[in-house]
Ligand binder design. Sequence first.
Ligand code: P6P
Length: 334
Amino acid sequence: MTRTNLSDFLNVCTTKQGKGGIDAAMVVLIEAMADTCRHISANIHKGALAGILGSAGTENVQGETQKQLDVIANDMLLESLAQTGVVAGMASEELDDCSPVRGCEDRPYLVLFDPLDGSSNIDVNVSIGTIFSVLQNPENGLITNESFLQAGHTQVAAGYVVYGPQTQMVLTFGDGVYGFTLDREAAEFVLTAERMQISEDTKEFAINMSNQRHWYAPVQKYIEELLMGKTGPRGKDFNMRWIASMVADVHRVLTRGGIFMYPKDQRDPSKPGKLRLMYEANPMSFLVEQAGGTACDAETRILDIEPLDLHQRCSVVLGSANEVNRVLSYHQTA
Ligand code: P6P
């Protein structure tokens, strides 16, 4: 297999007309994202040796205690993407409001990101990741939070970088999903997976079982049947995984199939779920659909949700289409 690095791949994408085609500005944006994540990866792999583990002693807009690496990754992305000259503004899980790039309100792209998803895993050396979503700048003057409130189906690019045994970037521009592995010595990401596909069926599910007593009936029924295995109506045994890092769990689903679920539950009926729509569910749903999977909030397609707030949450059920559609059917007949 000839070696194709990220730059080679992006240059080919600039020659595509229509779906999956990108412009020179997007090349600059994605290369900046990749280069910054390469540096984030280097920081993560130093861990305690760099004195950057543990809490930053601050809270983010979600009311969650920030890890030092959350803040470091966030600052690195804000600085590098602002310097590209193609980003008009950014929104981050770690920032209350959006961060316009002063004097660049007319630049073509807006970027949303979760700089370090799954950060509760940092201190115990379990995979974490950066998730990003790219929208077109609506170009009606000042960049405000409202500039970012675009439904997920309008995304022009989405991806993540998972910091695990390998550091891998997974990316889509709307014409398939492509995976790249970081070659640290060469300081570049190399294409290692083309047109990733999620099998329609699976024997593997991912959900936080400790919430079981809080789930609504359709989820109770669906999981109960999986747990019955061969002895139940599904007629086959299932396996369970829960890494508590969406990037790592979704990467597994993209790599070998599966269903990932974080449904809303009865603890707080006013809260539609734990995960955030704009910089977790939307980018992951774009990738999953591009890989032949399905992504919904148990009632509607996630990419069709019209956002009302930068940090709004939603339920997430995504992955192997036949399993996600079964969960949908249980909600429809509840
Ligand atoms: P729980 C990480 O905090 C995160 O936002 C996702 O990455 C992950 O899937 C989920 O929350 C884990 O939540 O309740 O299992 O700790």
